[in-house]
Design a binder for this molecule. Structure first.
Ligand code: NDP
Length: 495
C-alpha cells in the first residue's frame, strides 16, 4: 500500500475527509553542481592551503552532493588580508551611491536565479521547496534591495553622527536559513562600507558558494566579500584573527558564549543572535482556527529549525481542549517527506547530529512524564526525519519546556490569567520572540509591553521583513539585524 493509500485509509477510518495529492517534485536540473568547491578569497575560487575537503550531503537522501574546501588558519588569514586590502583600497571610500549599485545588482541576480538557489537550498538543507522558494529566497533578495537603499543615506539615518564603517567583519552563520542568513549578514555590512569574510555552516555551504558566483558576476571589487567554508574550527580562527574588527554570529547560545569570551578585551565589535524558546500564547477569545494555523507555522515551519520558533504553546484553560483537538487534527494533514515535493510541509532534519539531539530531548520529555502525541505518517527509509510532535502535561521545569530542541516538537502548557501567561512566557533564559493570539487590541498591547522578547507577533507568527529589526534579550544575544537598527553594528557613530 502506498503512503497516500495508507493515509487515506487511516483518515477514512477516523471519519475525516481525505485530501489526496499527486507527487509534485521540483526538478533539480536547474542546479549545476561542481564536484569540488574551493574557497572564495579575493574574488576567486582558490584551493585551500589546508589541503583538506569534506563532503556535503543531501539530508533527505544522505547522498553526497559535492566536496567542500575546509579553511584552516592560513586560509582564514588570506581571506582577512584580502578583505583588509579591499576595504582600504576599493570599498571604504567608494561613494554610497556606487556601493548601492553593486547591492542592487546582487539583489536582481538573486531574483533572476531564485529557482536555482531555492532548489539548491532544499537539496543541501532539507527544507521544503515551498519554503525556500516562497520565504528564504524572496527575503534574501529583499534584504539586498533594502540595504542598497540605505547605502547613500547613512547621514540621514544617523544625523549629526558622522557614520563611518567599522572595517573588516567576520560573519558566522548557521544551517537553518543558509542563504537568508548570508543576506542578513552581507547586505548591511556592504551598504555601510565594510568588507566581509563569511563562514557558512558545515552542513549547508552550497548556496553561499552560489552567492559567491553571483558576487563575481556582479563584478564586486575582489576581496569585498570572501567566503571560507569549514567547521567550527574555521569559525574559531576567524573570531580569533587579530585583524578582524567585528564579529557577527548567529547560532547556538553555547558557541555564542565561547565567542563572547574570546572577543572580550580585544576591542572587536560583537553581535550575537542566539537561541530561543518562544511562547506562543493563545487567549480564550482568539479565533481558534486561525490560531491553529499560527501555532503550526510557529513550530513546524522549517522543521522547527528556527531560533524564534514558537516552541512553547501557552493556552488559556477554557480553550485548551478544543485547541488541542484541532491541533491534533491539523497535524494529521501535514505531509512529511521529500522536501523537493511542492506539497511537502515538513522536510528532512538538517543532519544526523541534529536528529540525535531531537530524539534525545524527546525521550527525556517522555521520561519526565509529559504525554506525547505524534500523527501517523510513513517516513522515508533513508535520510533524517522526525514526525511532528506535541507534548501535553508539560511543566515549566521539564527540559522540553526549557531547552531549545530546534526540531518539530511543541510543548503545550496552560494558564488562567494574563498575569500568569506573562510570568510563564518570560520564565526562560531566552528572550527572542513571542506570539499573542487574542481578539482584543488592548490585550495585545498590554501583553507586548510585558514580553521579554525582541520580537512580538500578534495574531500571526514567523513574519519577517527586512525593514523590521530582529534580535534578542538575555541568552538570545544582543544587537539587531534588519531595519535601520541593523546598520548600527556596522558603523562607528561620532557623538
Ligand atoms: P553552532 O552554534 O555550533 O553553529 C553555528 C555556526 O558557528 C556554524 O557556522 C558553526 O560551524 C560555527 N561554529 C561552531 N563552533 C564555533 C566556534 N567555536 N567558533 C566560531 N564558530 C563556530 O550550532 P550547531 O550547528 O552546532 O547547532 C547546535 C544547536 O544550536 C542546535 O541544536 C540549536 O539548538 C542551536 N542553533 C541555533 C541557531 C539559531 O539560529 N539560534 C542556529 C543553529 C543552531 P559548523 O556548522 O561548521 O560547526
Amino acid at each position: 500500500m502506498s503512503e497516500i493509500e495508507r493515509t487515506a485509509t487511516s483518515a477514512l477510518e477516523q471519519g475525516r475527509p481525505v485530501w489526496e495529492y499527486a507527487d509534485a517534485p521540483e526538478s533539480t536540473k536547474i542546479v549545476k553542481l561542481e564536484d569540488r568547491y574551493g574557497l572564495f578569497v579575493g574574488g576567486e575560487f582558490v584551493e585551500p592551503k589546508s589541503g583538506t575537503y569534506f563532503t556535503t550531503i543531501d539530508p533527505a537522501t544522505e547522498e553526497p552532493l559535492a566536496e567542500i574546501a575546509e579553511a584552516g588558519p592560513e586560509d582564514v588569514d588570506l581571506a582577512v588580508t584580502a578583505a583588509r586590502s579591499a576595504y582600504e583600497t576599493a570599498w571604504r571610500d567608494l561613494p554610497g551611491s556606487e556601493r548601492a549599485k553593486y547591492l542592487y545588482r546582487i539583489a536582481r541576480q538573486i531574483q533572476e536565479r531564485a529557482r536555482e538557489f531555492a532548489v539548491l537550498e532544499t537539496m543541501n538543507g532539507g527544507k521544503p521547496i515551498k519554503e525556500s522558494r516562497d520565504v528564504d529566497l524572496p527575503l534574501a533578495a529583499a534584504h539586498f534591495f533594502y540595504y542598497a537603499g540605505w547605502a547613500d543615506k547613512l547621514e540621514y539615518a544617523f544625523p549629526n553622527r558622522a557614520p563611518r564603517p567599522v572595517g573588516v567583519a567576520g560573519q558566522i552563520i548557521p544551517w537553518n536559513f543558509p542563504m537568508l542568513m548570508a543576506a542578513w549578514k552581507i547586505a548591511p555590512a556592504l551598504a555601510t562600507g565594510n568588507t566581509v569574510i563569511l563562514k557558512p555552516a558545515e552542513t549547508t555551504p552550497l548556496t553561499a558558494l552560489l552567492l559567491a558566483q553571483v558576487i563575481q558576476e556582479a563584478e564586486l571589487p575582489p576581496g569585498v566579500v570572501n567566503i571560507v567554508t569549514g567547521a567550527g574550527a574555521t569559525g574559531s580562527s576567524l573570531v580569533e584573527h587579530d585583524d578582524v574588527d567585528k564579529i557577527a554570529f548567529t547560532g547556538s547560545t553555547e558557541v555564542g558564549k565561547i565567542i563572547r569570551r574570546s572577543t572580550a578585551g580585544t576591542g572587536k565589535r560583537l553581535t550575537l543572535e542566539l537561541g530561543g524558546k518562544a511562547a506562543n500564547i493563545v487567549f480564550e477569545d482568539a479565533p481558534l482556527d486561525q490560531a491553529v494555523e499560527g501555532v503550526v507555522n510557529g513550530i513546524f515551519f522549517n522543521q522547527g529549525h528556527v531560533c524564534c520558533a514558537g516552541s512553547r504553546l501557552l493556552v488559556q484553560e477554557p480553550v485548551f481542549e478544543p485547541l488541542l483537538d484541532k491541533l491534533k487534527e491539523r497535524l494529521q494533514t501535514l505531509r512529511v517527506g521529500n522536501p523537493l515535493d511542492k506539497n511537502t510541509d515538513i522536510g528532512a532534519i538538517n543532519s544526523r547530529a541534529q536528529l540525535t539531539k531531537i530524539e534525545e530531548l524527546v525521550a527525556v520529555g517522555v521520561e519526565e512524564g509529559a504525554e506525547i502525541y505524534q500523527p501517523e505518517c510513513v517516513l522515508p527509509e533513508r535520510g533524517f526525519w522526525f514526525r511532528p510532535t506535541l507534548f501535553t502535561n508539560v511543566s515549566q521545569s521539564h527540559r522540553i519546556a526549557r531547552e531549545e530542541i530546534f526540531g518539530p516538537v511543541l510543548s503545550i502548557l496552560t494558564f488562567r490569567t494574563p498575569d500568569e501567561a506573562v510570568e510563564k512566557a518570560n520564565n526562560t533564559p531566552y528572550g527572542l520572540s513571542a506570539g499573542i493570539w487574542t481578539e482584543k487590541g488592548s490585550r495585545i498591547l498590554w501583553m507586548a509591553e510585558r514580553m521579554n522578547a525582541g520580537v512580538v507577533w500578534a495574531n500571526t507568527f514567523n513574519r519577517f521583513d527586512p525593514t523590521s529589526p530582529f534580535g534578542g534579550y538575555k541568552e538570545s544575544g544582543f544587537g539587531r539585524e534588519g531595519g535601520l537598527q541593523g546598520l548600527e553594528p556596522y558603523l562607528e557613530l561620532g557623538r
